[in-house]
Design a protein around this ligand. Sequence first.
Ligand code: GAP
Length: 466
Amino acid sequence: MASKFSFDEITNHLTLTGFVFPGSQIYGGLSNTWDYGPLGAELKRNIRDAWWKKFVQESPTNVGLDAAILMNPKVWEATGHVSTFNDPMVDCRACKSRYRADELIKKEFPNVDVDAMSFQEMDDFIANHDVKCPTCGQKNFTTIRKFNMMFKTHIGVTEDDSSVVYLRPETAQGVFMNFKNVARACRKKLPFGICNTGKSFRNEITPGNFTFRTREFDQCEMEFFCQPGTDLEWFEHWKKACLDFVESLGPKAENLRFRDHEKAELAFYSKATTDVEYDFPNLGWGEILGVADRTDYDLRRHQEYSHQDLTYSETYIDQNGKTQVKSYLPYVIEPSMGLDRLMLMVMVDAYDKEELEGGDSRVVMHIKPALAPYKVAVLPLQKKLVEQSDELLAKLSKEFMATTDVTGSIGKRYRRQDEIGTPYCVTVDFDTLTDHSVTVRDRDTMKQDRVAIDSLVDYLKAKIAA
Ligand code: GAP
């Protein structure tokens, strides 16, 4: 079941506490752009690192890459993005509101399989059904216009057709550009994966729902190259690895599901595609990541457009004992995740409001300790203990993201750390001066332990890793 708290309540909390701020706020913002504040920046780094650890560090077949955002525009001609990376745009003639036709249909007819419709079929559907403008209630739409979602800019000083470049709409193509480089330089044999993470840009017609759909977002993508014929096995393997990864970030299992794409919904080159979805309060199920069997489509297209040989060669011994060479284009399994959506899922799922004994209540973010922005807060019981507390903070900061808070009662300070998801609070009190121990308070259980300062780092490390 989706969180019992509303999406607005949770996102208000995120902007108030410093996870997310509206972009360019003092100038009135810029349509649905967001900045991650100090807490969001930490959380994002931790989730990206967790992805890198699972898909690069702990996957012996895989390696990482950090590819450029600006690429030769022929890349996007080859992939079909220049000609077909379009959203179906319609305008309401009465009030001038602009919509994506597929979203408009989905809103009024949630059971219609709009993903399987062509733009022409959407046009016909809107004309022949009771689809009204959500803003003014009229039924007076333009026909669908195709809207290319790539951001265009110019490289160098001249601004003509020859200098056009695009901001990459996906990180994946940087990997295909380097398939041969990686295979050669790292002596990689099939099967192997290349992981790439960073910003992608799409000029979405209807960005919205906080950071769920934005025009600038981070992706964590892997292209896993394998022998044709083994692809569906690898597809199942990476599908499971993706679900394991998402589960490891801590969301409740009942809020996650796979959604296999129907045949009609599949891209023409794809043999299979599955999404992992999360059940967001008020928004419903939303895509967090997709796993696709892309066959040899990308390499084949790049080979055709670049006139370079992108085949992979392997030797084998034939029936006569002779060494032979076989060259082919590998098939590709692509797990593609939206980092901002993973973050939104983690933050939404972690938000809780609890009634406490004595009629008190608290807001608490149950973020997994390993992902929490701050792992520990060091709190001097009284101002007189700030020096000792700062000394301990300096020691802990060498190991963890640590913070401090010296104002208000200890209870208030615990609440403030609960609100930003800090899993452990360490209180320095007057006994600390003699017994060289501190009180460690656990965010989730609110239980307290007395721990010797000498063993504090190991104690916290063990808790955070648990
Ligand atoms: N290379 C394949 C690819 O890019 P996609 O389904 O278009 O596939 C992959 O995008 C993931 O990127 C999505 O599952 C989603 O998490 C994220 N994503 C896509 N568009 C987004 C947007 N406008 N805002 C935030 N995240 C987005």
